[in-house]
Design a protein around this ligand. Structure first.
Ligand code: CDP
Ligand code: CDP
Length: 223
């Protein structure tokens, strides 16, 4: 494959975006950029700074003083916040249940999009999030919108938690996922939405490999 293209993967919580994005980036030797981790990192620091999560200016002060770095490693992508590794810490339920409040603010999103576009400026990227196809990379050659039923997504997260040795309750997980999807879809600025030119893949009954194969077909087609 000669040209380095941009691949945008959007969709609701736990649809499988980061899992397939990482595999595709590896297959193509592209950079993988997890934009959700950037919003999670800001949420983590804002909680630590005792910010009012509804106060955009407080959040902007935290964001402007925060260096967020995404670094590939043999164990997947690592997230660093002002030099400190926070990869797992930013997946806590405290952060998960607050991140959509932080992500609704216009100035926060503008700064995040600026950072994300800078990371992607040379192409050769697979980026996953909620507004990649619509706002961050509107010219991406491949745009995918992953879907799966809320129950299936909660089951996947539940199994993932069990495999990491964490207790979790399927019904609570499903409610949290639905609440987050609603906040992300109904916010005013860059809501979770399928780009007009994105291809929808319903992954409810697909394996990870099947989803990867479908996206790789699109990559070959559009390259
Ligand atoms: O992995 P999971 O689906 O649980 O979420 P994530 O990708 O880590 O994203 C966490 C949250 O960040 C989302 O629920 C959104 O509120 C926000 N987000 C966003 O607003 N825009 C993005 N491009 C990525 C994430
Ligand atoms: O990034 P996002 O929140 O969209 O989802 P993820 O963290 O990549 O995936 C959630 C869980 O679903 C992971 O444990 C995956 O292994 C699993 N899974 C999947 O991603 N895709 C399938 N087709 C089946 C399972």
């Amino acid at each position: 494959m000669e040209k380095s293209i941009s691949i945008a993967i959007d969709g609701p919580a736990a649809a499988g975006k980061s899992t397939v994005a990482k595999i595709i980036a590896e297959k193509l030797s592209y950079i993988y950029i997890d934009t959700g981790a950037m919003y999670r990192a800001l949420t983590f620091i804002a909680i630590k700074n005792n910010n009012d999560l509804n106060d955009e200016e407080q959040l902007m002060t935290s964001l402007n003083n925060t260096l967020i770095q995404l670094k590939p490693s043999d164990n997947g992508q690592l997230v660093f916040l002002n030099g400190e590794e926070v990869t797992e810490t930013i997946r806590s339920s405290e952060v998960t249940n607050s991140v959509s409040i932080v992500a609704k603010h216009r100035k926060v999103r503008e700064e995040m999009v600026r950072r994300q576009q800078k990371l992607a400026e040379n192409g050769g990227v697979v980026m996953d999030g909620r507004d990649i196809g619509t706002h961050v990379l509107p010219d991406a050659e491949v745009k995918v919108f992953l879907l799966a039923s809320a129950l299936q997504r909660a089951k996947r997260r539940h199994e993932e938690n069990l495999s990491k040795g964490y207790e979790s309750d399927l019904n609570v997980l499903m409610k949290e996922i639905e609440t987050r999807d609603k906040l992300d879809s109904e916010r005013e600025v860059a809501p979770l939405r399928k780009a007009e030119d994105a291809v929808v893949i319903d992954t409810t009954s697909l394996s990870i490999d099947e989803v990867v194969d479908r996206i790789m077909d699109l990559v070959v087609e559009r390259n």
